[in-house]
Design a binder for this molecule. Structure first.
Ligand code: FE2
Length: 369
């Protein structure tokens, strides 16, 4: 068995000031990684290393950007109210148990509602919420003030993730938060708790706009190689079954739009989303072939963009104008200026997080030939 050093679902500096980037670099980047590496290389005490990796995996995946008014929501809120009356009383008891730990250890909320401790490292299967109480977790940011450390950890707990651990009945909730985490990692939403969540129609529109833009960029010598490379990177995975941190935003957008209707319902938090998804037949193979044809070596399926427009139900008349412009063989300078302005306008309005935007900003303001 090989252990994996789990990727962080947030940026290294995103938990500041509750948890500094220096602490993340050291605690996540060196110590946690060390347990994984030593276990995989069969160095030292393998039980100790395995338990260390197990606990840090749970620990580092339960956070999000700080929010001073952060408090439990959904199933975990009911769970805490049931066992502790309210969140403040829960925090008080958690602190009392944590402060009683002698030496290195962990404190956690267990599935039976009790607050328990772990000495050094141990694998426990009943962890709902976990706080690292080893000195390396707090010393760099809080010196000896462990109470302050704990107080600031409550600001970065992602309660959706914690809700997913309180029992099987909350499985649906966990799927939802997991999908949201993916959207966040793909930079398509600002944070997992972002109220500006996309809906399914937004995702469809973003996908279409990205394709239209690639089509546009592939027509000019200043932007062609960028478009070709981006398209190739997107299609390199062959299918779009799983979310990929290393994938382009277009890759991940296709993944979200083409997910199962149930996932779509959960992710986009709307009872209509799954039904709309069931009627959406994204021409994946055609799209893949089209992306690979942007380099000009094969023939480009000119009907693909129209098929996408219909499949994704994108009815914006400006987009139609851009599409018609792209299919014309002679391009007037005045049309080109107008189309460039429109593409940039829509990208700035709708796709502020897209990995295409910086390139668009830099090239579309220049002369194209
Ligand atoms: Fe630790």
């Amino acid at each position: 068995m090989k252990l994996v050093h789990t990727k962080l679902p947030y940026d290294k500096d995103e938990l500041e000031p509750s948890k500094s980037q220096d602490t993340i670099d050291y605690h996540y980047g060196k110590l946690y990684k060390g347990y994984v590496t030593r276990f995989n290389d069969n160095e030292g005490d393998s039980d100790f290393n395995e338990a260390g990796a197990f606990l840090h995996d749970i620990y580092f995946t339960q956070f999000q950007a700080p929010d001073n008014s952060n408090k439990p929501t959904g199933p975990i809120s009911e769970f805490i109210t049931k066992h502790y009356k309210d969140f403040d009383k829960f925090k008080e008891q958690f602190e009392t148990v944590a402060m009683g730990i002698q030496g290195s250890g962990w404190v956690y909320l267990a599935k039976d509602g009790k607050i328990k401790t772990i000495t050094n490292h141990a694998i426990k299967k009943d962890i709902v919420l976990l706080v690292d109480w080893w000195e390396h977790a707090w010393a760099l940011d809080y010196q000896a003030d462990k109470k302050k450390y704990l107080e600031n950890q409550w600001k970065i707990i992602n309660w959706n993730i914690i809700s997913g651990k309180v029992g099987l009945i909350q499985e649906k909730m966990f799927v939802n938060s997991f999908f949201m985490k993916e959207l966040h990692e793909a930079r398509l939403i600002r944070s997992a708790s972002d109220i500006r969540r996309m809906n399914y129609a937004d995702a469809c529109e973003n996908l279409y706009l990205s394709v239209l833009t690639l089509d546009f960029m592939s027509r000019f010598k200043e932007t062609k190689s960028w478009a070709v490379q981006y398209a190739r990177q997107t299609a390199a995975y062959n299918n779009y079954r799983e979310f990929r941190l290393s994938g382009t935003d277009l890759y991940n957008m296709i993944h979200f739009v083409d997910a199962s209707p149930n996932e779509v319902t959960d992710a986009f938090n709307s009872k209509d989303a799954g039904r709309v998804r069931e009627q959406t037949h994204l021409p994946i193979m055609g799209l893949n072939g089209w992306l690979l044809s942007l380099d000009g070596t094969g023939s480009r399926d000119t009907g693909l963009v129209i098929r996408l427009e219909q499949a994704l139900r994108v009815y914006n008349s400006d987009y139609k104008e851009i599409r018609r412009f792209l299919s014309s063989s002679i391009i007037a300078e005045s049309d080109l200026m107008r189309i460039k302005t429109k593409i940039l306008y829509y990208f700035r309005a709708k796709m502020t997080m897209s990995d295409m935007l910086p390139t668009l900003e830099s090239v579309l303001t220049k002369q194209l030939s």
